[in-house]
Design a protein around this ligand. Structure first.
Ligand code: NAD
Length: 491
């Protein structure tokens, strides 16, 4: 049951606590990918819209940065309560605009709320440090201050969690924010803004400008926007990082991935199969932490592939709002077509198609059935490229060393998982794999909000990652006061 609208609603930007019409001359359709229905129209806003939002955010920053940290934390606590209360509605919106199933959508809402909870700890997180006696009668104190207006640019695959990596901590630290959500999944952010306002956030502290390239460039170039958080694909992240840095801004860009899971002879194979099915096909493979490649040790490869294929056959595909559906659609028709082209390319390049997701019933929405290749090599396009869809490659390897050599050839290095019962293998894996987020006997090692989301290589550009203490550092600047106090003779 999608948002049925006789006349499709046109979204407005959210600036200074009001829904304001964009200056856009162009609007794009927002689809429910499970039904292909148009559920809203999103403005492709202009540079002028960004300029207005930045001006408002700069004025709001002057006041918000002076609000006591205790008061800011209280607003975060109220926001957390409101998000909890509206959890089901938030999850429903995610399923409608993104396609992931209700359980996954609820999980995403939970992960987003976790970020708000972490940010509510801002009084202790923002504490500086001091040293009483650095020289005779001299002490030093390190204070943290917000930086100003922060710009956030987010992808379609986590409409709640990814924006929540950014604006709650930035705002808790005393900054104001201009958010540009993905034009493919803009609906949820309306609700996020409304609830924050209801929690007591002053107008102008959080602003939303919907759109695409022009809004991104407007954010990158605006002199009052001092820091930029980006999450999205590798080429766009590289562009954002370079252009933002050229403008002398602080930039973090979390980008693409091609995550490998390694299954060793001594692993619990049933557990590995269940976790890898969840990781490779959950959220239709549209996760930066999705498993895209499995390297499996030769002795257990036949058993693993046969159990994996059987489990993939039992995956229920459909509208994520329906009971029991595990695999929803990919986001748009072009993503579906691109995926089907990759499957054809995998076959043409000589991989063996063990399970062909093109043969499932793909009608009605932008569906692609669970697809498994084996006999994949590192020369093949399906191994190199981030497909971002329910397509999994399997490679047989002799041992852990070879499995790690395969994974380390990838240009990406977001996450990697190991399935084993041997602790020495765990240590060897941890020490030798090129990836910033590791999983041991689990499928999706996405760190909780209080740890950094720490991709390496082409999966990340910048120094400070999203989340954890890195995010406090990213959204604050420091002032160190060195002071001399004459010691009078009190005797
Ligand atoms: P995308 O790069 O197409 O879009 C991300 C954002 O950039 C959107 O807001 C979009 O409007 C904007 N954008 C797109 N093209 C642009 C251009 N040419 N110039 C300026 N701005 C542009 O990414 P997506 O398809 O929305 O999301 C999927 C990607 O995000 C995948 O590559 C996935 O791995 C990545 N991702 C990474 C992480 C991480 O933590 N590393 C998390 C989630 C998603």
């Amino acid at each position: 049951m999608a948002e049925v609208a006789t006349e499709v609603r046109k979204l407005k930007n959210y600036i200074n606590g009001e829904w304001v019409e964009s200056k856009a001359t162009k609007y794009e359709d927002v689809y429910n990918p499970a039904t292909k229905e148009v559920i809203a129209r999103v403005p492709i806003s202009t540079k002028e819209d960004v300029d207005y939002a930045a001006e408002v955010a700069q004025a709001a920053f002057e006041k918000w940065s002076k609000v006591s940290v205790a008061k800011r934390a209280k607003i975060l606590f109220s926001y957390q309560q409101l998000l909890e209360k509206n959890k089901k509605e938030l999850a429903r919106l995610i399923t409608i605009e993104n396609g992931k199933n209700t359980t996954e959508a609820l999980g995403e809402v939970g992960r987003g709320i976790e970020n708000v909870e972490f940010a509510a700890g801002i009084p202790t997180l923002m504490m500086g440090d001091s040293l009483a006696n650095i020289a005779t009668d001299v002490e030093a104190t390190n204070y943290r201050y917000p930086i100003g207006v922060v710009g956030g640019i987010t992808p379609f695959n986590f409409p709640m969690m990814v924006p929540a990596w950014m604006f709650p901590m930035a705002i808790a630290a005393g900054n104001s924010f201009v958010l540009k959500p993905s034009e493919k999944t803009p609906l949820l952010t309306e609700k996020l803004a409304e609830l924050f306002s209801e929690a007591g956030l002053p107008n102008g502290v959080l602003n939303i400008v919907y759109g695409a390239h022009d809004v991104v460039n407007g954010i990158l170039d605006h002199p009052d926007i001092k820091a930029i958080s980006f999450v999205g694909s590798q080429p766009v992240g590289e562009y954002v990082y370079k252009r933002g840095s050229e403008k002398l801004k602080r930039v973090q860009a979390l980008t693409g991935a091609k995550n490998h899971s390694i299954v060793l002879n001594d692993a619990d194979i049933d557990r590995a199969v269940t976790d890898i099915i969840g990781s490779a096909f959950g959220s239709a493979g549209e996760r930066c932490m999705a498993c895209a490649v499995v390297t499996v040790q030769e002795d257990v490869a036949d058993e693993f592939i046969s159990k994996l294929t059987e489990a993939a056959d039992n995956v229920k595909m459909g509208n994520g709002l329906d009971d029991g559906v595990f695999l929803g659609p990919v986001i748009r028709e072009e993503n579906q077509k691109r995926t089907l082209d990759y499957i054809a390319k995998g076959e043409a390049e000589g991989a063996t198609l063990v399970r062909d997701g093109r043969k499932d019933d793909l009608d009605g929405g932008y569906f692609v059935g669970p697809t498994i290749f084996e006999g994949v090599t590192t020369e093949m396009t399906i191994w190199k490229d981030e497909i971002f869809a329910p397509v999994l490659s399997v490679i047989r390897v002799k041992n852990l060393k070879e499995a790690i050599e395969v994974a380390n050839q990838s240009e990406f290095a977001n996450g990697a998982c190991l399935f084993t019962t041997n602790t020495s293998s765990v240590r060897y894996f941890r020490e030798n794999i090129d990836a910033g987020m590791l999983g041991i006997n689990l499928g999706v090692p996405a760190p909780m909000a209080f740890f950094p989301f720490s991709g390496w290589k082409a999966s990340f550009y910048g120094t400070l990652h999203a989340n954890g203490k890195d995010s406090v550092d990213f959204y604050t600047r420091k002032k160190v006061v060195t002071a001399r106090y004459e010691t009078p003779d009190f005797a």
